[in-house]
Design a protein around this ligand. Structure first.
Ligand SMILES: Cc1cc2nc3c(=O)[nH]c(=O)nc-3n(C[C@H](O)[C@H](O)[C@H](O)COP(=O)(O)OP(=O)(O)OC[C@H]3O[C@@H](n4cnc5c(N)ncnc54)[C@H](O)[C@@H]3O)c2cc1C
Length: 327
């Protein structure tokens, strides 16, 4: 726990970047408040349950570690029982060189140990930032908070961070270079098993980019005929403004075509639009900072479309801020 006289930092967004940043700042003795607009933490590391209690990992599918530091972080999570290696029968070779790791019982579990002691304010949407002397004040859901922060870190996806940084046109200009594509995800329960001998399949062409049998994932109920299907970035962009119901119907039709067979009877189908799902053009550096170093922004959009990139960005921001605030 940080002493009450410690500098206080506001971190916006409780995905991998925000949580790893906040946890590392706290470890350095810096007081942190983590603001998240959703009801829980995880961001795109998401697990959703339907009314029957069936779990769907409908955002990030698996994590790979390309650096020793992130591999160590995942190893600690495996030892704590929050992560496991997923070995699906797969018709996909990309990333085959690195073990596929997942959160258990769901992807958001990857953040729970890190977030356990953080001051996390869920259902708090930060909608404006205001300079106050050499510090910052935040406006949440239209209300200005009393607390003053020595620094603010935004880890919202690039377009949402851009909207928050209206006071820093130079940072906004840098953000204009970043591109993020949407992804429609379909969560599906079938009454009978799908007659295919794969648990995960990537398609490089067509409307369907990915499908995964949820029961094959460590921590998921083995009996449920639950699948997560992702549309390709092209299809998702073209159909970005569909309603969730229309997208659920259209994606079932596309799935029938991609598999070349009819689906068994469907007992549950729900679509979710990830408006900013995958970074297609990254910033090319681990984070952005204002000239005085008190306003910073990061996330996967800095380095690439992977959870490890979000982690690297969050850790890099924490390192830079700790150096500045504790000198
Ligand atoms: C469909 C899909 C499949 C993917 N598959 C993989 C995969 O297999 N492997 C892989 O490595 N990566 C994958 N990714 C990418 C991976 O999920 C991301 O790279 C990573 O989770 C991004 O973490 P982040 O912290 O940068 O952002 P996010 O997880 O998006 O976190 C940002 C948080 O900020 C919050 N927020 C936004 N605005 C505000 C505001 N104004 N106030 C408060 N809170 C705010 C959001 O609610 C969110 O929780 C996938 C992503 C998607 C969507």
């Amino acid at each position: 726990m940080a002493p009450s006289s410690a500098p206080r930092v506001a971190v916006i967004g409780a995905g991998m970047a925000g949580v790893s940043c906040a946890a590392q700042l706290q470890q350095c003795g810096i007081a942190v408040t983590l603001f998240e607009k959703s009801r829980g933490l995880g961001g795109r590391l998401a697990t959703r349950r339907n009314e029957a209690g069936v779990a769907f990992d409908h955002g990030a599918q698996y994590i790979t570690a390309h650096t020793p530091a992130f591999a160590q972080y995942l190893e600690r999570l495996r030892e704590a029982g929050s992560a496991a290696v997923w070995q699906p029968r797969r018709a996909a070779t990309r990333d085959a060189a690195h073990p596929w790791q997942v959160g258990t019982p769901g992807m958001s579990a990857l953040l729970k140990p890190l977030a356990a002691t953080l001051d996390l304010r869920t259902q708090h949407t930060v909608d404006a930032l205001r300079r106050d002397g050499d510090g910052w004040q935040l406006c949440c859901d239209g209300i200005e908070l009393e607390q003053r922060y020595a620094a603010v870190v935004s880890t919202a996806p690039a377009p949402q961070t851009r909207a928050l940084l209206a006071i820093e046109p130079l940072l906004q200009q840098a953000l204009d270079e970043v591109r993020m594509a949407p992804c429609w995800a379909l969560m599906l329960c079938l009454r009978e098993p799908l007659p295919v001998d794969i648990d995960a399949q990537r398609h490089d062409r067509g409307a369907i980019a990915w499908l995964a049998r949820q029961a094959s994932r460590p921590g998921h109920a083995p009996a449920a005929q639950a699948w997560v299907v992702h549309a390709s970035p092209e299809w998702s962009t073209e159909h970005r403004e569909l309603s969730a119901d229309a997208a659920a119907h259209a994606l079932q039709r596309e799935l029938v075509q991609a598999l070349g067979m009819p689906l068994p009877a469907v007992s549950f189908a729900q679509a979710h639009r990830w408006r900013y799902a995958l970074t297609t053009r990254a910033l090319g550096q681990p984070f952005l900072a204002s000239t005085d170093g008190s306003l910073l922004a990061g996330g996967d959009w800095c380095l690439g479309p992977r959870v490890e990139c979000a982690w690297q960005s969050g850790v890099a921001i924490a390192g830079a801020l700790a150096q500045r605030l504790l000198r």
